[in-house]
Design a protein around this ligand. Structure first.
Ligand SMILES: Cc1cc2nc3c(=O)[nH]c(=O)nc-3n(C[C@H](O)[C@H](O)[C@H](O)COP(=O)(O)OP(=O)(O)OC[C@H]3O[C@@H](n4cnc5c(N)ncnc54)[C@H](O)[C@@H]3O)c2cc1C
Length: 432
C-alpha cells in the first residue's frame, strides 16, 4: 500500500463507489475502505436504480450490471384500513430501451459497481472500519482504521459512510442526527416464481412495477410504504420518522406485518417465501437538514450529507451524483495544481447547487415540517378519500347529488372549511 493517496473514500455504497470510480478513472491514486466483508454486504437490499445518475459515470452499465426488471408501471396508492384509492401510470415509452429505471438487488449491484471501481485502478479494502480522521489543525489529512498500524494518509478524504456518519460526528462536522430528520425503514424480500410475478402484475419478462403507498399503513405517522417487482422476488417495505415511531411506541416490524395483511397487498405476496428482513435509517430531513459538506481536506457525499429526496423516493441517484461531483472537484483541483482547502473544495457545493440535487431538495425544503406537523394527511384524508370513493361507487338507490352532498359534509365535518383551505395551502407550500 502506498504511504499516501490522492484521495481516500470511506464507504462502498453508491456514493462511495461513484466517487472512487470517478477519481480512479481520472488517474488519481485512490483508496476505498469498506467495513463490510464485501461491498454491498451491509446494504439493505431491493431498490430502484435510476439510470441517468449511473449513465453519467458508466455509460455502458447496461452491458453487464445485474439489473432485475425495468419499470414500465408506477402505481400510487392511498390506503385506508381495507381499501385504497390509486393512480397508475403505465407507458410503452418506459418499455423502450434505453430504460430509465430498474429494480436491483443492492448486494449484487454494489459488488458489480465495486468490480468496476477496481478495474478503474482503485485499491479497495473491505472488512476494515474507519474509526477516526487524522487532522492537522482543521485539515483532514488521513484516516485511522481498526487494523493494526491502520493509519493511512491522503490529500483529500471523501466521507461516503452513509446516514448517521459517525466519523463526521466524531470530527465535529455535524451534530447528533435529530430523530425527526431520519426515517426507520424495514424491508422484506419475498421469493416467487417469475411467471407468478408476471401474471399477478400483468407484465412480461424483464418488465416491472413499482407501487408507492401512503395512508393508514403508517398509523398516523409520517412515512410511506412500497412494493417493487424483482426478477423472482418482491421487495416490500415501510418506513416512518424515528421521532414518530418513538412517540407512538410502534415497532416497524408491527407496521410491516399490518401492511402485509392489507387486503390489497396480501394477494400480491401470497405464497411467497420471505428470505430477507432488514432495517435501515433513511435521512429525510431534506435541504434544511443538510450539514456542512466540505472543509479543509474533506467532503461528504450521499446519505452522510442528507442527500435524499423523500418526496420522490430518490436516494441512490443523489448518492451517485454527489459522489461523482465530489470526485470531479478533486480531479479538477489537482489538474489546476490547487490545494484541497475548504475555499477550493467549495466548488463541490457550487456543482451541487447547479445540479438537480440541490434544486430538488430546495424545492421540497418545507415538506418535512409540513408533513410532520399535520398528521391529518396520514389519517383523516386517506379515510375521507377512500370513503368518498366508496360512497360514489356504491349503487344503492341514493341519488348522486345526495351522495356528493354527503361526501362534502364528511370533509367539512372532519376538517372544517377553513381547515380544508389551510390544508390545501400547506400541501401547495410543501410541494410547489
Ligand atoms: C429501506 C430503504 C429503501 C430504499 N429504497 C431506495 C430506492 O428504491 N431507490 C433509491 O434510489 N434509494 C433508495 N434508498 C436510499 C438509498 O439506499 C440510499 O440513499 C443510498 O444507499 C445512499 O448511498 P450511500 O453510498 O451514501 O450510503 P450507503 O449505501 O449506506 O453506504 C455506506 C457504506 O459505508 C460503509 N461504512 C459506514 N461506516 C463505515 C466506516 N466507519 N468504515 C468503513 N465503511 C463504513 C457501510 O458499510 C456502507 O457500505 C432506500 C433506503 C432504504 C433504507
Amino acid at each position: 500500500m502506498p504511504e499516501k493517496f490522492d484521495v481516500i473514500v470511506v464507504g462502498a455504497g453508491p456514493s462511495g463507489n461513484a466517487a472512487t470510480y470517478t477519481a480512479a478513472k481520472a488517474g488519481l491514486k485512490v483508496l476505498q475502505v469498506e467495513r463490510g466483508e464485501s461491498p454491498g454486504a451491509k446494504n439493505v437490499q431491493g431498490a430502484i436504480l435510476y439510470s441517468d445518475a449511473l449513465e453519467k459515470i458508466i455509460p455502458d452499465f447496461r452491458d453487464d450490471a445485474p439489473l432485475e426488471r425495468h419499470l414500465i408501471e408506477q402505481r400510487m396508492w392511498m390506503l385506508d384500513d381495507d381499501s385504497y384509492v390509486g393512480s397508475t401510470y403505465r407507458s410503452q415509452a418506459f418499455n423502450t430501451p434505453p430504460y430509465n429505471r430498474y429494480t436491483i438487488i443492492r448486494a449484487q449491484f454494489d459488488r458489480w459497481f465495486s468490480s468496476k471501481v477496481q478495474q478503474a485502478g482503485a485499491l479497495v479494502i473491505c472488512e476494515t472500519t474507519v474509526t477516526g480522521l487524522h487532522m492537522d489543525g482543521n485539515c483532514v489529512v488521513g484516516i485511522q482504521t481498526d487494523r493494526i498500524g491502520g493509519s493511512v494518509y491522503a490529500d483529500a478524504v471523501i466521507l461516503a459512510d452513509g446516514v448517521n456518519s459517525l466519523l463526521a460526528k466524531k470530527a465535529g462536522f455535524h451534530p447528533e442526527l435529530r430523530a425527526r430528520d431520519v426515517a426507520l425503514a424495514v424491508k422484506e424480500i419475498h421469493f416467487l416464481p417469475d411467471t407468478t410475478i408476471e401474471s399477478r402484475f400483468n407484465i412480461g419478462p424483464e418488465e416491472g412495477v413499482a407501487i408507492e403507498m401512503a395512508g393508514k399503513i403508517t398509523r398516523g405517522m409520517v412515512g410511506t410504504g412500497f412494493l417493487y417487482t424483482n426478477k423472482e422476488s418482491l421487495t416490500l417495505g415501510v418506513g416512518c420518522l424515528l421521532s414518530d415511531l418513538r412517540t407512538h411506541r410502534i415497532s416497524p416490524h408491527a407496521l410491516i406485518e399490518q401492511m402485509k395483511a392489507h387486503p390489497a397487498i396480501r394477494p400480491l405476496i401470497e405464497g411467497g417465501e420471505m428470505k430477507e428482513y432488514s432495517a435501515h435509517l433513511i435521512p429525510e430531513g431534506g435541504y434544511n437538514a443538510i450539514p456542512r459538506i466540505h472543509g479543509d481536506g474533506w467532503m461528504m457525499v450521499g446519505d452522510a450529507g442528507m442527500f435524499v429526496n423523500s418526496a420522490h423516493r430518490e436516494g441512490s441517484n443523489l448518492a451517485m451524483t454527489t459522489g461523482r461531483l465530489a470526485a470531479q472537484t478533486v480531479v479538477e483541483l489537482r489538474r489546476e495544481g490547487k490545494a484541497f482547502t475548504a475555499a477550493n473544495l467549495a466548488r463541490y457545493r457550487t456543482k451541487l447547487e447547479d445540479s438537480f440535487v440541490m434544486k430538488d431538495l430546495k424545492k421540497y425544503r418545507d415538506m418535512p415540517a409540513v408533513l410532520e406537523n399535520n398528521p391529518q394527511f396520514f389519517t383523516q384524508y386517506p379515510e375521507l378519500i377512500n370513503r368518498a370513493a366508496h360512497t360514489m361507487l356504491l349503487v344503492d338507490g341514493a341519488d348522486k347529488r345526495s351522495k356528493e352532498r354527503a361526501v362534502r359534509q364528511s370533509f367539512v365535518g372532519k376538517r372544517s372549511r377553513l381547515g380544508l383551505l389551510g390544508d390545501a395551502f400547506k400541501l401547495w407550500r410543501a410541494f410547489e
